[in-house]
Design a protein around this ligand. Structure first.
Ligand code: MN
Ligand code: MN
Length: 464
């Protein structure tokens, strides 16, 4: 039966979001599920920015990228990667189009994720247990991190100057680490507290041992057993924690969710669910544009530090590209374009009151473009120009990307920021785009395979 006139007009004039699973061909659905397998590997192999950076370099090398050294010249056709202090990575693919007119095509996303870091003097014992004191990193709901299996990841620079890697808790045969919670039987007072107060920052103490060293002369015998162990295995002493970056992260692997396996649960989708598509897009595309993929650190704490988006290194590399090709960097960046890839909140019917449905990212409706983020009256937001959003929108639609527009939650309910404002500050047109996430910043977040694949397709369309 033919569609009614009104129905046709409605279709032509209205804006509706489409479920990507519903509109994808069988072949495309198959591609989504296959792509998700590589992504899950990427997640399991990298739970800190250093591990994700290493994994990204490994994949880039497999696609012909070679290392860039500061000061070296870029030339057309180059595929290069630059690693900044093991914590962030810049990938560059130099295209044939004239840089001063075409600009750089930038894909920026972050590889750090909320977690629990150790303090620099972490080890103590109390009442039959040895613990690590911790200081959480990024915006977490602290109560979610108790009573779950945790793995210890990170690096220690020993007194000799040598830096060693530590990963414990990921193999089936490994022990895990643990943060205690109070039993409900005695939890009357705790349960009456607000969720933000139920577990305090100083209660996030990590259980690391319980075996006393067999010597009555020693006061802290369990602590000594732990020190003896880490000395035997890693050559560490207690003072080596001073020059360490050690974190505990959920000791859980990425898994499909649901009977139909349409969703993925994992630690750290934010923001590897955008970093992995950025990485694979620059690896797979043979773009005529000059593409720069920035996998950055420290987004979760404001893009600070030597490895965060505010570090000059990103500007330095971009100006090196310009200089190498005999271009004026100021001109180049004025025509450059950036997709700031970061996750957004997926509308969750269980918490519907936090969202304004018309402008929320709907699960499986594709990657979500956010013209602005921020909080309150768009405070702290990069409000992209209508023209640039229009430019990106046109590209996506030309390439058949299933995507949606979105805003993070209800006005005045909170908000969030991304790296977008830092590229925009350089006079580079920037807009946020990212995968909708369920239970964002929890130890085990959920995304849709359709949205993951849409993110990859969106990046490919942008740099085509
Ligand atoms: Mn993020
Ligand atoms: Mn985040």
């Amino acid at each position: 039966m033919a569609e009614s006139k009104g129905k046709q007009l409605e279709k032509k004039l209205g804006y509706t979001k489409r479920n990507y699973f519903e509109v994808a061909s069988e072949q495309e659905k198959k591609a989504m599920f296959e792509y998700a397998e590589g992504y899950k590997q990427f997640l399991d192999n990298g739970k800190t920015e250093r591990e994700s950076a290493r994994e990204a370099v490994k994949i880039a090398k497999e696609h012909g990228f070679t290392e860039h050294k500061l000061g070296e010249k870029f030339k057309k056709g180059d595929k290069k990667y630059y690693v900044n202090r093991d914590r962030s990575v810049i990938l560059v693919s130099v295209g044939a189009l004239p840089l001063e007119q075409d600009g750089l095509y930038i894909l920026a996303s972050h590889i750090d994720a909320p977690r629990i870091d150790l303090k620099q003097v972490p080890l103590y014992e109390d009442s039959g247990m040895a613990f690590f004191k911790s200081h959480y990193y990024g915006g977490i709901k602290k109560y979610q991190w108790t009573a779950i299996p945790l793995a210890l990841h990170g690096v220690v620079t020993l007194s000799s100057g040598k830096t060693i890697d530590i990963v414990i808790g990921e193999k089936d045969s490994d022990p895990v680490f643990y943060i205690n919670d109070l039993l409900p039987h005695l939890g009357k007072e705790q349960m009456a507290k607000t969720m933000s107060q139920a577990i305090s920052g100083e209660q996030l103490n990590i259980v690391v041992g319980a075996l006393p060293y067999p010597d009555d002369e020693v006061k802290e015998r369990i602590k000594l057993t732990v020190l003896q162990h880490i000395n035997e295995v890693y050559g560490m002493t207690e003072s080596d924690f001073v020059s360490a970056e050690l974190s505990v992260v959920p000791a859980m692997k990425a898994k499909d969710v649901g009977f139909d396996r349409a969703l993925i649960a994992a630690y750290g989708h934010d923001d590897r669910v955008c970093s992995y598509p950025a990485l694979t897009a620059i690896c797979h595309a043979n773009s005529q544009h000059t593409v720069v993929a920035m996998l950055v650190d420290k987004e979760e704490i404001g893009s600070e530090s030597v490895s965060g988006m505010q570090s000059r290194i990103f500007e330095d590399i971009m100006s090196e590209i310009s200089d190498s090709l005999g271009c004026d960097f100021r001109k180049v960046r004025s025509v450059s374009k950036c997709l700031s890839g970061d996750v957004t909140a997926a509308y969750d019917p269980n918490f519907g009151e936090a969202y304004e449905k018309l402008n929320s990212a709907m699960l499986s409706c594709g990657t979500a473009m956010c013209k602005f983020t921020g909080s309150g009256g768009k405070s702290g937001s990069n409000d992209a120009t209508a023209e640039f959003v229009g430019f990106v929108r046109k590209k996506f639609n030309q390439e058949g990307v299933v995507w949606q527009t979105a805003e993070l939650g209800k006005v005045d309910y909170g908000g969030g920021g991304t790296v977008a404002k830092f590229t925009a500050r350089l006079n580079i047109d920037t807009v946020d785009i990212g995968v909708p996430v369920i239970s964002m910043h929890s130890p085990y977040e959920v995304v849709s395979k359709a949205d993951l694949y849409s993110m990859y397709k969106a990046y490919l369309a942008f740099i085509k």
